[in-house]
Structure formats: structure tokens, C-alpha cells
Design a protein around this ligand. Structure first.
Ligand SMILES: CC(=O)[C@@H](O)[C@H](O)COP(=O)(O)O
Ligand SMILES: NCC(=O)COP(=O)(O)O
Length: 237
């Protein structure tokens, strides 16, 4: 079974555009869970232009499904994660000025850094996942760090699939097969949508979780959030 974790960064971005508290991100997190989402994802960035660190704390008691916090493990991020102790932390190598995540880790070059962070998370009973490009060597490198899971960075698949190139799934399938053999759990995310999620899910063995935000919120403008969550859940069966 593949769990749907709803990324609520976009709701915070909308709120921040006016400086008030509309829409309220905690209420939105409660509602997506009530509508069937099996997890809530946030991705605080150092400049807090999307979700804020304070939101991460406010959500702690309200996320009763899986709480997934993504981000670059700088000191401020790690202090926050170790205090909140979410279900899962997903390590993403974001630059400070990146509009959105744009690459996976080089798990070979950063093996020792990642291993130290992962050891610390595990000592605090937090499941770990590493954001990676669909490259076999990077999956092997991820295994060496001791992480529980990887998150496949799906931007390239989503882009190519939108152009009609369904063969773009091949490296993702190969990486998932390798991950399964190495006993690494597989998550995925970035630019997944109602258009591409079923094809992706059907071609990725053992897909445990997808985190989806940008498309899901955009689709909800037309279809409503409750409908959209149910549509994803149906496609992920
Ligand atoms: C790791 C990843 O791909 C997502 O977390 C993505 O960064 C979504 O965050 P934004 O919607 O804030 O870009
Ligand atoms: N980890 C990916 C994520 O949380 C959401 O990415 P997107 O759907 O906003 O592109």
C-alpha cells in the first residue's frame, strides 16, 4: 500500500502572501487527515518563506497520521526536528535560494555527513529518508549511510511524462528494484499529480509513500480538497 502524505507548504505560502492567518495551516492539516490523507509533509526553508518553524511546532500535536518534515539538515533544522520528533525526517540538499527542491543528494560524496545525521535521528526514534535522483550508484550510496528509506526525486519523470515520454519511468523502476533488494524503503515526490500518479505507482514496486503538494493544492482549486484527496487515494490503491 502506498501512503498519501499531503505537503502543506503551499497553504503556508498563500497565508504568508497576506501576512495574516488565512488559510490556517493547522486547520488545513486537520482537514486533509479527516478527508483521508495518511500523512502531512512540511518543508521549512531557512528563510521561512513557505512553512515556518513555528508552524512545525504548532502541527506537532495535530498531526495524528505520519508527520514528515523535509529539509536541509542545518543546525536550526536539526534542533527543531530533534525537539518535535516527527515520524520521519526527509533530508533534502536545498540551497538557501532555491525556489523549490532541484536535486537529490550526492550520497557518495556526503556519506559521512549523512551518516552522522541519520545516526542522531535514529537515536531519537525518527525514521529517516534521503532525497535522491534516480541513479543506481546513489541508491547504493544511500544504503551505506544507514538510512531507512530513500525519496525518489520525481521532477524529471513528471516533466517527461507530461511530454508523452513514458519511458522516463525506467530509471525509477530500476532504482526501486535495487532499493528493495538492499532493504531500503522507497518514497517519492515532486511534481506528482493526478495525471501521472497512477502510472508512477503502477511501475514502482514497493512504493511506500508519496508526498504531494503543488499539484494537489492546484487541482483542489477546481475540484475541492476532499474530492482531490479521494481521487489520489483511489489511484494509489
Ligand atoms: C523535497 C521536495 O521535492 C518537496 O518538499 C518540495 O520541495 C516541495 O516544497 P515547496 O512546495 O515548498 O517547493
Ligand atoms: N517531497 C515532495 C513533496 O513534499 C511535494 O512536492 P510537490 O508536490 O510540491 O512538488
Amino acid at each position: 500500500m502506498t501512503k498519501l502524505s499531503v505537503n502543506i507548504n503551499k497553504i503556508a505560502t498563500l497565508r504568508n502572501s497576506r501576512g495574516g492567518d488565512l488559510p490556517n495551516v493547522v486547520q488545513f492539516a486537520k482537514d486533509v487527515q479527516r478527508f483521508g490523507a495518511e500523512g502531512v509533509t512540511i518543508h521549512p526553508r531557512p528563510d521561512e518563506r513557505h512553512i515556518r518553524y513555528q508552524d512545525a511546532f504548532d502541527l506537532k500535536t495535530e498531526v495524528y497520521t505520519e508527520y514528515n518534515i523535509e529539509g536541509n539538515p542545518i543546525k536550526k533544522f536539526m534542533d527543531m526536528v530533534l525537539e518535535i520528533k516527527p515520524t520521519q525526517v526527509t533530508l533534502v540538499p536545498d540551497g538557501d535560494d532555491a525556489i523549490t527542491s532541484n536535486a537529490g543528494w550526492d550520497t557518495i560524496k556526503h556519506k559521512h555527513f549523512l551518516s552522522d545525521i541519520i545516526t542522531e535521528c535514529k537515536r531519537n526514534n525518527i525514521r529517516t529518508s534521503i532525497f535522491v535522483d534516480p541513479v543506481l550508484e546513489q541508491i547504493e550510496g544511500a544504503k551505506e549511510t544507514g538510512t531507512d528509506r530513500i525519496e525518489l526525486y520525481t521532477e524529471a519523470f513528471a516533466h517527461q511524462f507530461g511530454l508523452g515520454n513514458s519511458a522516463s519511468i525506467v530509471p525509477y523502476t530500476e532504482c526501486a528494484v535495487l532499493a528493495e533488494r538492499l532493504d531500503l524503503g522507497v518514497n517519492a515526490g515532486h511534481d506528482l499529480s493526478l495525471d501521472n500518479i497512477k502510472f508512477f505507482k503502477d511501475n514502482i514496486p514497493g512504493l511506500l509513500e508519496v508526498s504531494i503538494g503543488h499539484a494537489l493544492v492546484s487541482e483542489s482549486l477546481y475540484l475541492g480538497i476532499e474530492n482531490v484527496i479521494n481521487m489520489y487515494l483511489n489511484k494509489l490503491k
